[in-house]
Design a protein. Structure first.
Ligand code: AKG
Ligand code: FE2
Length: 347
């Protein structure tokens, strides 16, 4: 995921927030899609993952729900994913504890100017880029031999174990979900998983959004679609902020306690020949409360060529995307220039 930086890292947003005053110009969002004072709520389907794990009589019904969800809004709330509430709380707690430390402690894990991994904020790739109102901790968690442990916080003490355990669990869930996505279209269950590969990468990103003095002018994350195959998002337990674009309108994504929000990324849209939608989404800020989320991006192995599954290319539905390897490298080149990376592989 090499990005080319044009200037050194800027101040943590957390410091800007605690210093008060008017936020710097570079954070003001100038998109035409504006930030209204309120938004309608999106009805995100809730899918019971336990129905896919065994030969449940409810499997067919749940597969229909899954297909409808990811071919319309591009995301669903996954419940019965096999992780306890207390474990999800621990995952949130280690992140919140880390971001609550003084800057010096966090900066032990700072990302290098020419890297994406570590503690830091929005990578500055162009002079006129609008910055996101968030600080992050971005870590490759899989394959395990690619972990850079020097960037993994040693405090709180349980941080590394908890994130490791989450990775192991999500690896299993990724396979389950990719197979269910194939079955929901009556395809051979391995058709997406084979393209994804056994040694796929998983990248974890803790997103920390300090309270923002101008939620009417500033976004936590600019509009984007994920470059992954699928993304798991552990939302903040109490504070909303995520919005999804549907029918050209922004909707708030509700918090479903104990659920994981799973969304389709560009690479699953490509593999499904556009049957599944990689939704545009963004994060709004609020002036009262901080918010923290944990996103895990699941990316197909970089040297496997991905492309639309042949069964999904028909006369009525011609091939929409060309085959591509290492989609992620192309992703960043286009994203910060305000282009949708997936458009560059459209036929
Ligand atoms: O924090 C959120 O709700 C979403 C973050 C997100 O979209 C991302 O990290 O790609
Ligand atoms: Fe995202």
């Amino acid at each position: 995921m090499a990005e080319t930086m044009v200037e050194p890292l800027s101040k943590p947003v957390q410091e800007l927030a605690s210093n008060g005053g008017e936020p710097p110009e570079r954070y003001i969002y100038r998109g035409s899609d504006g930030i209204a004072p309120s938004f309608p709520l999106l009805e995100v389907p809730v899918v019971d993952l336990s129905c896919f794990a065994s030969s449940s009589p409810l499997a067919d019904q749940e597969l229909d729900k899954l297909r409808l969800a990811i071919s319309s809004c591009g995301c669903f709330q996954a419940i019965n994913h096999g992780m306890s509430n207390s474990f999800l709380d621990q995952l949130r707690d280690v992140g919140k504890t880390f971001f609550a430390y003084p800057t010096e402690e966090k900066q032990k894990y700072s990302r290098a100017v020419d890297d994406t991994e570590g503690y830091g904020n929005d990578s500055v790739l162009s002079e006129n880029q609008t910055l996101d109102w968030s600080d992050r901790l971005y870590l490759i968690v899989n394959p395990e031999d690619q972990r850079k442990l020097k960037l993994w916080p040693q405090n709180p003490e349980s941080f590394r174990d908890v994130l490791h355990e989450y990775t192991v669990k999500l690896k299993i869930l990724t396979e389950l979900v990719l197979k269910a996505m194939a079955k929901s279209l009556n395809l051979e269950e391995n058709c997406f998983f084979d393209q994804y590969g056994e040694e796929a990468s998983m990248i974890a990103r803790y997103n920390f959004y300090p309270p923002c003095p101008r939620p009417d002018l500033i976004l936590g994350v600019k509009p984007h679609a994920d470059g992954s195959a699928i993304t798991f998002l552990l939302q903040d337990k109490e504070v909303e902020g995520l919005q999804v674009l549907k029918d050209n309108q922004w909707f708030n994504v509700p918090i479903v306690p104990h659920a994981l929000l799973i969304n389709v990324g560009d690479q699953a849209e490509i593999m499904s020949n556009g049957m599944f939608k990689s939704p545009m989404h963004r994060v709004v800020t609020n002036s009262e409360r901080e918010r923290m989320t944990l996103a895990v991006f699941c990316l197909p192995e970089a040297d496997i060529e991905i492309g639309p599954v042949e069964e999904l290319v028909t006369e009525e539905r011609p091939r929409m995307y060309r085959k591509i390897k290492n989609f992620v490298s192309l992703y960043f080149q286009n994203y910060q220039q305000g282009k949708r990376p997936i458009d560059t592989v459209k036929l």
